[in-house]
Design a protein around this ligand. Structure first.
Ligand code: DX5
Ligand code: ZN
Length: 217
């Protein structure tokens, strides 16, 4: 069963409570944290995640697009994140390992995210040790509303193969340009969690769009 994770990056930040309730039928809520260094944009941080936690029971899927993310793992865990994704490109391997260990120590699910340029093989050493999710960016991280990169489909198929062989409980999430058309492509390539920002928040009826995206699985 495919899980749908609306990204609040496309929501009205002045009325987050209402915006979260509009997508309450979704499986997860995706929160994009950007530091203006790892990506050329700045969004929200720990206090906003803590406020969201007070307003919803939804599973909080927090995507950290920040340099040296180990610095913030404990704070986001304490703020109420259920899962943290750190980018493989955001630190050297010892820093990434330390971030994953900190997630475990703080009781949050641990995920690695890959920029479009990063090869599937890069996750192998980490997947062998166990991951809860791999996030594949299908746009350059930084902004919502961009066009889906079909070139990432082969990477998804390769990762699905690795996951089935090495860590079958690991989720495979796709983030960027997911809509009714591309959702079919990514689920066909093995993804089972779909992030959707503009497709869900741009729809007249977000709940109907969430159901339709789920139907693409
Ligand atoms: C982009 C973010 C995405 C973004 C997706 O860097 O990681 O989560 O919100 O937005 P859409 O679905 O509009 O491409
Ligand atoms: Zn994201």
């Amino acid at each position: 069963m495919v899980k749908i994770a609306p990204s609040i990056l496309s929501a009205d930040f002045c009325d987050l409570d209402r915006e979260i309730r509009r997508v309450a039928s979704a499986d997860w809520l995706h929160v994009d944290v950007m530091d203006g260094m790892f990506v050329p944009n700045i969004t929200v941080g720990v206090p906003v995640v803590a406020s969201i936690r007070r307003h919803t029971q939804m599973f909080l899927d927090v995507h950290l697009m920040v340099e040296k993310p180990v610095r913030f793992v404990e704070a986001f865990a304490k703020a109420g994140a259920d899962l943290l994704s750190v980018h493989l490109e955001a630190d050297l391997p010892p820093g990434i390992r330390e971030a994953l260990r900190a997630m475990e120590a703080n009781g949050v699910k641990k995920a690695l995210a890959l920029r479009p340029i990063t090869a599937a093989e890069a996750v192998l050493p980490y997947l062998e040790e166990g991951l809860d999710m791999i996030l594949v960016m299908t746009v350059e991280p930084g902004f919502g509303g961009q066009k889906f990169m079909t070139g990432q489909l082969d990477k998804l198929r390769t990762l699905r193969g690795y996951i089935d062989r090495l860590c079958p409980t690991c989720d495979l999430e796709v983030d960027g340009g997911v809509n009714l058309e591309t959702a079919r492509l990514v689920t066909g390539a093995g993804a089972n969690v779909l992030v959707a920002g503009s497709a869900v928040y741009g729809a007249d009826d977000p709940a109907a769009m969430i159901a339709a995206l789920r139907g693409c699985g």
